[in-house]
Design a protein around this ligand. Structure first.
Ligand code: AP5
Ligand code: MG
Length: 182
């Protein structure tokens, strides 16, 4: 079972992912974590990605899809995709990659959190490099690049809408209840 967790920047994807993978025995694949690892190791990719990430923009689809394709070769169980796909091109690329293994996405969890709360959470525990400009740009990039994925997966009847407001445990209970039907 492959699942995607979708939501704005700071919506709680990483937080909920940790709980979901334990409860449903999935492998966590976070492109944000993978990029941060490249930055930490100061690879060529990491150095290029840092400039883009610090502005709150998206790393190119080509780089992301290549990174994910390499990772998929190492995983032989159900995956929880976190922070990926972020564009329609990435979603189509993912479908192609999975189709090679006669596999597909079962469901897409959408964490619904209003923009005011997103900004609050990003300011609160977010990345130290993020200034106000970057925070607002991340929200605006989500609106323009990533939100079209909601309709993309709705049309495929894969969207699982979750109220992402409230306590971490309450939100997880909602997700758990929905995924148990999948
Ligand atoms: P990525 O790491 O994916 O960033 P993000 O998901 O946009 O933002 P966060 O990870 O900060 O938020 P989150 O939703 O995981 O929330 P979290 O659980 O941390 O990507 C980073 C960058 O890399 C991107 O901006 C882009 O440049 C690049 N990138 C990554 N993937 C890419 C891709 N596929 N294509 C192109 N570029 C890509 O929670 C946030 C905070 O809120 C925490 O402090 C948490 O403790 C708190 N919190 C969580 N839940 C609650 C709650 N219920 N109530 C109160 N506080 C809460
Ligand atoms: Mg995250």
């Amino acid at each position: 079972m492959h699942i995607i967790i979708l939501g704005g920047p700071g919506s709680g994807k990483g937080t909920q992912s940790e709980k979901i993978i334990k409860s449903f025995s999935l492998k966590h694949l976070s492109t944000g974590d993978m990029l941060r690892d490249e930055i930490y190791r100061q690879t060529d990719l990491g150095q290029k990605a840092k400039i883009v990430i610090d502005k709150g923009n998206l790393v190119s689809n080509e780089i992301i899809l290549e990174m994910v394709a390499n990772k998929l070769k190492q995983i032989d169980k159900g995956i929880l995709f976190d922070g990926f796909p972020r564009t329609i091109a990435q979603a189509e690329g993912l479908d192609e990659l999975l189709a090679k293994n006669s596999s597909s996405i079962r469901g897409v969890i959408l964490l619904k959190v209003n923009n005011e709360e997103l900004v609050k959470r990003m300011r609160g525990g977010g990345r130290t490099n993020d200034n106000e400009e970057t925070i607002y740009n991340r929200v605006s990039v989500f609106e323009s690049e990533t939100k079209p994925l909601i309709e993309f997966y709705q049309q495929q009847n894969k969207l699982i809408e979750i109220d992402g407001m409230g306590t971490i445990d309450d939100i997880f209970s909602r997700i758990e209840a929905e995924l148990s039907y999948q």
